[in-house]
Design a binder for this molecule. Sequence first.
Ligand code: 3UK
Length: 523
Amino acid sequence: MDNHTIRIERQMGPSELHFSPIFNVAVPFIDRHITEGRGAKLAIRSEAGDVTYAQLAANVNRAANALRKLDVAPGQRMLMVVKDCAEFFYLFWGAIKAGVVPVPLNTLLRASDYAYMIEDSACAVFVYSQEFAGESEAALAAAKFRPDHVLKCADFGQGLATESDKFEAQPATATTECFWNYSSGSTGRPKGTVHCHRDIPVTAQCYAVDVLGAKESDIFFSAAKLFFAYGMGNGMTFPLWVGGTSVLLEPRPTPESTFATIAKFKPTLYFGVPTLYAAQLASLETSKPDLASIRYCVSAGEALPGDIYRRWKETTGLHILDGIGSTEALHIFISNRPDDIKPGTSGRIVPGYEARIVGEDGHVLPPGESGKLHIRGASTATYYWNQPEKTQSTMLADGWLNTGDTYILNEDGHFQYCGRSDDMMKVGGIWCSPFEIEARLVEHPKVLEAAIVGRGDDDGLIKPEAWIVLKDQRDASETMEGELREHCKKGLAPYKYPRWFHFVEELPKTATGKIQRFKLRQH
Ligand code: 3UK
């Protein structure tokens, strides 16, 4: 087998991928398109302009050369606080081609989050888009670790012009560390989730090709950003696997901006999160955008309420395929199918993955009983950086991954989501820890205690709800509520502020002083 190649075997069952002994994933995802004659085809489209596969391959090589010149050694990390733009592709794939490990970060985070990630990863390079300069520069100033190189994305992009467009891929293997994503937990700091080269083609083949039927003629538009493992698949690795086209939307996705992007660039596959579908549905009451190009819509990040599925189908005529994925699995491992949709469920296991539902005692449960969802497949992360205990409790023996979700397997093979095994919430598809919001609230001089629980809004989508004990009860007022809301918006990622406030005399607690969240949820 030639270096850097993948052989796909598909007889009866799921696709099986076989990797050449020397394997760097940048070659089949970037360079292959040139040898296959796709150089003039558009790889990326956006308001900023179009990029062909030939331009993409040349710029990836230039980025790899630039990193090599900076003396960044293979295996070192490059943190990226970068918006959805062509430079994201150049940086990410240039790093991989040079053996450097790119780590895309959520661009909505705050300086303290980034400072932690700089220290935890001990990154050699930190690169940011101008839009995120405030939080990025504050983080660099506060962090106890200093990256060797701090780059501004736009400057880096301009500097590429002088670099050579030839680069020989750093030799690696299918199981060499390739990139990380940070995944948040309910307690403790985010975890650097380490993925290897193999994980990218596995998700692209097993989910994008085998479930969605993705092909070269497809145009992919992901409203979910590239920094999420979800958006990274939808908007970058899937189109690059099939030789399709990716459409990027730089600013925040709103009903207006996403509909305008769809009308202009005519995607065939559209990827969103439930909160955005709900907002788009509301806006469809007064507008009639052109969605005729779309074959399928996909939803992930949190459970899609059956009602949103049905209203979307009635209004647009389009199906939304709900699927559950995770940063640890890299992409979707249980999904509804174009020909097999059960609204209100996550669908069936994606061929190539296995699932089991496990009881408290660790035994596998029969269909119909709720328990912890474990999954197994060839794309799951190898380990968490610097966190051996969390690695041990998540990455289990024999390749099983503990998802942290509670599920029921129905008799007919559909998986029904029942909630998290921990206190974590998904808000707009992004992780939100109640403890983090509580910690921010008690930083306010007038707050004595705070408890956060998740509550469903009118669309059945979870949002944080705050229960507050003030130091002086007489301060309770609407003004106080507004003050606390602003306090949260300022200190936390913007989607994390509580949508409802209750001022109470005390919080329900156990004898040992633990807040009884279930009592607050019942309210
Ligand atoms: C929850 C869902 C019910 C669930 C992701 C697609 O969301 C992704 O990754 P994260 O690491 O979060 C994983 C957790 O989110 N979840 C995601 N999708 C669903 N719950 N129904 C769903 N459809 O708790 C899961 O454990 O942020 C999604 C592809 C790649 C991803 N990284």
